[in-house]
Design a protein around this ligand. Sequence first.
Ligand code: SF4
Length: 338
Amino acid sequence: MVRMILWELSQEDLENWVVSKGYPKYRAHQIWGWVWNKGVSYPGQMTDLPLRLREKIEEELSIPHLALWHEAISRDGTRKFLWHMPEGGSIESVWMPHSNRYTVCISSQVGCSLNCQFCATGRLGLERQLKGYEILLQVYTIKYILRLPVTHVVFMGMGEPLLNYSAVMEAMEGLTSRLRMSPRRITLSTVGIPKGILRLAGRKEPFELAFSLHSAIPAKRQQLIPLAAHISLEEIRHALAIYCQKRRDWVTLEYILLDGINDGKEDAEALLAFVRPPLYAKVNLLLYNPVQGLPFKPSSRVVSFQKQLLRGGLITTVRRSRGVDIGAGCGQLARQFI
Ligand code: SF4
C-alpha cells in the first residue's frame, strides 16, 4: 500500500481520512493543529488523540523528515544546513539573522541546470526537482524542529524556482496558509523565465519578485548566464512590466558586481536604460563572493557604480551577503562545508 504523505494532505483530505477510520471530523482539526500550529509531527506526542488513532497515523501515513547531515555557523550568526532529502539527494538552506529579521534562504531543486558562470550550484548540474513538501519542510524544520525564528523566506538557494513552478507554488501556498506567513515576506528570485513570471503575475497573493539581471548588455549577460542565449532581455523585460502592471508593484533587480566585467560606466548606462516604464524596479547590488575554481573577483567600483545609478534616478542599495566565511553567501551553495 502506498502511504499518503501527511505534509501533502489538505484539511479536507485529513478529515476524509479520519472519518474513513471511524473517528469524528474534529480529530482531523486536532491533528492539523498539532502539525501546523504547534510544529508537532510525531503522532506519539499528539497527546489529546486516542492511542489507537495515534497508532493508525503511524501505520498508515508517511511523515518523512529532512535529515540534517551537516551544519556550519558563521561569525555573523548565519547558519548553513546540508539536508538529505526524503526523496533523495542533498541540498542546502541558509538561516540569516539580522537585527529583528530572520530570513531563510531555501532551495527549489537538487542542483541546477542553468550553469550560471559565477555560481557554485550551477556546476553541480540538475539532479532532480524537489517536491513541494520538501521545499516547505526546509522552513518547517528550521522553525519547529531547530526552533529558530523565521520572519522572511527567499527562494534564492539551489535551483531556478520558476523551472519547478508547481512544486514551488505548492510550497509558497504552504508558507502562507499552513505556516501563516505574509506573502509580502516571501521572495522568489529568478534568472528570468518569462512564462513563469507571467504565471506568478496572475496569482492572487502579493509575493515579492526578484530578477537576477547581472548585466543589461545582452552579449555580456549571455556570457554570464547561458540561458540568456535563448531568452532575450526584451522578452524578460516585457514579462516583468506586465508583472508590475498587474500587481501595481515594483520588482527587485539583483546585480552581482564582478570586477572588470559588468561594473563599468557603460554597464550602469545599460542598466538605467533597461529600467523604464512600464517596468518599475529597484536595484540590489551584490558583492561577489569568491567561489573556488571560478575566475571572478569582487568589483572595486561598487561605490561609483551605485552613485551612477542613483544619479540616474534608480533606487539602489548594496547588499552584503551573510555567511560568506562558511560558503553560505549568494552563489556559493555547492554542498561543501568549510
Ligand atoms: S544562479 Fe541560480 S539559476 Fe543560476 S546556476 Fe545558480 S542556482 Fe542556478
